[in-house]
Write a protein that binds this ligand. Sequence first.
Ligand SMILES: C[S@@+](CC[C@H](N)C(=O)[O-])C[C@H]1O[C@@H](n2cnc3c(N)ncnc32)[C@H](O)[C@@H]1O
Length: 283
Amino acid sequence: MGYIKAPMNYIGNKYRIMGQIQKWFPKKVELMVDIFCGGCDVTFNTSAREHIANDLNFFVIDIYREFQRLGVEEAIHRIDDIIDEWKLTKENKDAYERFREHYNATKNPLDLYVLMCYSFNYQFRFNSAHEYNNPFGKNRSSFNEVMRYNLRKLQGVIEQVRYTSYDFREFDYSFMKKGDFLYADPPYLITRGSYNDGKRGFKGWKEADERALYDILDGLNDKGIKFALSNVSHHKGMVNEILMDWKKERKYHMHKINFNYDNCNYHTRNSAGITQEVLVTNY
Ligand SMILES: C[S@@+](CC[C@H](N)C(=O)[O-])C[C@H]1O[C@@H](n2cnc3c(N)ncnc32)[C@H](O)[C@@H]1O
């Protein structure tokens, strides 16, 4: 099955392993809550009657809210206008830097989206003052035809989602009921993503966060609500013991996910202490 790529290259996105994780998702979902949605690859590729996508990173949430407010087609028009106005190209570093300065002074979410499209590796990077500081993606990055196509394909999908930006502890889970589904893809305790290093104005992910999340998942489980949690159980000789103890104690199911599925030697490499991604489900 073909999955739709979210119109951004979010670090830690699940696009490559969509098929592997979805195989374990419930077949029929009323409300799906993607509590650490990031670039929304999982939200956009999971069918449910209703969707909520939440992430503490309000920059990404504000972009999706802006797409929603304008509608995807109008957003694409405006993106083209911004590109023309600022003379953005794959080669024009000066234009990129001028535009970045403009964004940091004005903070318009659609400008941020365009800026990211011309940046190094299409990434969101902010300094501690919440200024975007990713360098120019010289000769490589632009709002290209593939991104335009991906964005268009999401017309009618992006607009349907409710976007929120809470810390996962502050989110109101009380309205969730049987038939709903929560997907949790938090920062991984034993690896480091750039959203996880505490350097972007967002605090890092610690043991207390991991335990607080498990308490919430247990609470949902007690109410008969299904959840799936992505995590990393083993990484470079480290083991996420909190995860292993919790799933054993609560008798949850752990499915191995092969992130490097292109590499047929993965399992041998993994036993040598590389990285094991997993999906934990309570059903
Ligand atoms: C592994 S990424 C999610 C990637 C996403 N599944 C995708 O496909 O793009 C983890 C996300 O958790 C978010 N996050 C970190 N701490 C959080 C918190 N306390 N509450 C809510 N979201 C948080 C980060 O901003 C990041 O987007």
